[in-house]
Write a protein that binds this ligand. Structure first.
Ligand SMILES: *Cc1c(COP(=O)(O)O)cnc(C)c1O
Length: 431
């Protein structure tokens, strides 16, 4: 028995399913999760001391690779100064200033410890600001596990959403309207029916929780117009895409494609903490003024703006601003997905890819899906065999076809070539 197997058995005894976040349990692909012992650069080593090239990077945060010396130094220095005070620190201001500089739609920002908290707080703030209750989200987008967001579509647009999790009251779910991603007609219909009651539309601009699906430019343009017309806030969930697809996040990409475009609210996480628990939500001064202690919308956190986490986030944000950082990251990521596509074609396998900055997706399908149901229709058996083949060869992709992948600045051309090389044999043995 491998040490990973032993640890998994032991973990299942004391932790539900053996994991502290469900996707880690490998339920979608089967088999034993790899317990990570340590990591460096583009690699981690599992409990059996086997090396894996890491294409998850903690689901996005490790954009510099693991153990970047300057980040380690900043974290070590901060830890020596104290772990947590429950009182303000200068680094929180520095981090907020850095975020405002990089994401111009944000005029003020509040720090939290997780993306879930930030998303949940953004929705409370949107409701408090507008005095309305309803919100729109899209099937396949994930915004954390707050009650109002664990909702699936009802049978029609006039009907209420239903909870996707036990323990979520139907009363909470009924104010969430769930629509198909990239479906303009549905969005228009929902606004026609509920426009006056809508507090916000929350969207992953490039969805990374149904593999990798971009919002089309016409869809995003119409979403912006409808929100403005009806006085609903457009909330971008950039927990995954922020500082990942571009320095200014996905909103900087849509701003280039749609004149004058910007969201009203932004939720961030993952890269912002460089691997430490840190997230944020921001908006205009007018909206943020509704937040306690200035306004009536309550929101708080004992460890919010934690001094060690802010040190880690600040060091990370400084390093990703080096000239050419994102150009290089995008080239490496493209090298990976183009290489995988080439090998799949050579093996006669239907396979499509997409990437932006350091985030990528691939599908066992002949064209890129535009929404969640289309993602579900891709070839799951092939995905699972590919996943396990690559895992055996020491290349760690997300253990479910519903997840995006991530390349870091530590993934050199040689490292990526090694992965493409390994994929050749795996694609050849897929069927
Ligand atoms: C990861 C993620 C979240 C939740 O963040 P946590 O830190 O896991 O709570 C929210 N939205 C998106 C788009 C995410 O990818």
């Amino acid at each position: 028995m491998s040490r990973n197997d032993t640890l998994f058995a032991r973990a299942q005894n004391v932790i539900p399913g053996g994991v502290n976040s469900p996707v880690r349990a490998f339920r979608a692909v089967g088999g034993t999760p790899r317990f990570v012992a340590r990591a460096q650069g583009p690699y981690f080593w599992d409990a059996d001391d086997k090396r894996h090239t890491d294409y998850i990077g903690s689901w996005g945060p490790m954009i510099l690779g693991h153990g970047h010396p300057q980040v380690v130094e900043a974290v070590t220095k901060a830890a020596l100064e104290g772990f947590s005070f429950g009182a303000p620190t200068e680094r929180e201001i520095e981090l907020a200033e850095e975020i405002l500089k990089l994401v111009p739609s944000i005029e003020q920002v509040r720090l939290t410890s997780s993306g879930t908290e930030a998303g949940m707080s953004a929705i409370r703030l949107a409701r408090g600001f507008t005095g309305r209750n309803k919100l729109i989200k899209f099937e396949g987008c994930y915004h954390g596990h707050a009650d109002a967001l664990l909702v699936k579509a009802g049978s029609g647009l006039a009907t209420f959403g239903f909870p996707t999790s036990a323990g979520v009251p139907a009363d909470v779910a009924k104010d969430t309207i769930v629509l198909e991603y990239n479906n303009i007609a549905q969005l228009e219909e929902a606004f026609a029916l509920h426009g006056k009651e809508l507090a916000c539309v929350m969207v992953e601009p490039i969805a990374g929780n149904m593999n990798f699906v971009r919002a089309s430019v016409p869809f995003m343009t119409r979403m912006r117009e409808l929100c403005t017309q009806h006085g609903a806030l457009l909330a971008f969930d950039e927990v995954m895409t922020g500082f990942r697809v571009a320095l200014g996040g996905a909103q900087s990409i849509y701003a280039r494609l749609i004149p004058g475009f910007k969201p009203d609210m932004t939720v961030m996480g993952k890269v912002i903490g460089g691997g430490m628990p840190l997230a944020a939500f921001g908006s205009t001064r007018e909206v943020m003024a509704q937040l306690a202690p200035l306004g009536p919308v309550y929101q708080a956190g004992t460890l919010s703006g934690n001094p060690v986490a802010t040190a880690c986030g600040l060091a990370t944000l400084k390093l990703i601003q080096q000239p050419g950082f994102y150009e290089q990251l995008a080239v490496r990521t493209r090298q990976l997905v183009d290489g995988l596509q080439r090998e799949a074609r050579a093996a006669g396998i239907d396979f499509t890819v997409d990437s932006e900055g350091g985030m990528f997706g691939f599908f066992f399908a002949d064209h890129l899906p535009q929404h969640y149901q289309a993602v579900l229709a891709t070839n799951k058996e092939r995905f699972n065999r590919f996943f396990h083949g690559m895992l055996d060869a020491g290349h760690y992709f997300a253990p479910a076809l519903y997840e995006a992948g991530f390349v870091s600045a530590a993934h050199t051309a040689e490292v990526i070539d090694g992965t493409i090389e390994a994929s050749r044999g795996v694609f050849a043995r897929l069927d």
